[in-house]
Design a protein around this ligand. Structure first.
Ligand code: SF4
Length: 275
């Protein structure tokens, strides 16, 4: 056992436990102490099916406890922290999607990073992948600022929504097939609430591509293959764009460059009809 420290949020200065208790004032926390908690896969199915709106869906996602291994891991990481962030509270909960509730462009990632989104509580925020992604989104005019450091930094989306097929940080960045299945109903329900607005999807990596093709009503028949720069016209009318994941490894080795990200997001913005 470790002592639970109450630490000040790096932006707002308010004190928080790690993990953060729902409804205690964390910037952007969608939940309250009354938000229903899914404790197994059956309850994820039941609760996701009755979410009437994006805010309520986000709230339920953010308190989910359906995957025992991931709950233990995300909370342990939140408590122990990385030395560089030892003076900060960690979110330590599932990370809800970020962005517009009526997105024209959906961006599909993988899962939160242990010391990134699991710390800050916002998708892709607080790690190197996110630094690259948000800088590119800013250059494309899809967010209002080039950096995304914490959930109170004023970042706003322009017609985009960033989602993930697994909402909890997994050990070694590797969720099990069962954990992916457990989390799927949250994303399927979210898609049901936003799909009428979505004109284009950017899949960050091959797994995200497969996930995008599984979204209800998106694609029938033969499935297009993932590749960086591939643009698939799906039967639903949605365009699916492939992009290598902006991981530290891909960016460091030059497999993915800022210019390549710019090409994808410039295309995606045009295909989505975002001004
Ligand atoms: S990965 Fe998804 S289903 Fe599993 S605990 Fe996290 S939010 Fe719930």
């Amino acid at each position: 056992m470790h002592d639970v420290d109450v630490l000040a949020h790096p932006h707002t200065g308010r004190p928080f436990d790690s993990p953060v208790v729902p409804g205690t004032g964390w910037p952007g926390d969608p939940a309250t102490p009354q938000t229903p908690v899914a404790v197994d896969a059956t309850q994820v199915v039941a609760l996701s099916a009755r979410a009437p709106s994006i805010p309520e869906l986000n709230a339920m996602i953010s308190v989910c406890r359906a995957c025992p291994r991931l709950v233990t891991w995300r909370e342990e990481v939140a408590e122990l922290k990385r030395r560089a962030f030892a003076d900060q509270p960690y979110w330590g909960r599932p990370v809800p999607s970020f962005g517009s509730e009526r997105p024209r462009l959906l961006i599909v990632g993988l899962a939160p990073a242990a010391h990134g989104a699991n710390r800050t509580g916002r998708m892709f925020t607080g790690d190197r992948s996110g630094d690259q992604l948000y800088a590119a989104l800013y250059r494309a005019g899809l967010v209002n600022q080039p950096t995304s450091v914490d959930a109170a930094d004023g970042l706003r989306a322009n017609g985009i929504r960033i989602v993930a097929p697994v909402r909890c940080a997994p050990p070694a960045n590797a969720p099990t097939p069962e954990e992916r299945d457990n989390c799927w109903p949250w994303l399927a329900a979210e898609w049901g609430l936003v799909s009428e607005h979505v004109r284009a999807i950017v899949a960050l990596g091959g797994f995200a591509w497969q996930i995008a093709l599984r979204l209800p009503g998106v694609a029938q028949g033969p499935k297009p293959r993932f590749g960086h720069g591939v643009v698939a016209q799906l039967q639903s009318g949605v365009r699916l764009l492939g992009c290598y994941h902006p991981s530290q490894q891909n960016m460091f080795t030059g497999k993915l460059t800022p210019a390549m990200l710019d090409d994808v997001f410039t295309d995606a913005k045009r295909l989505a009809g975002i001004k």
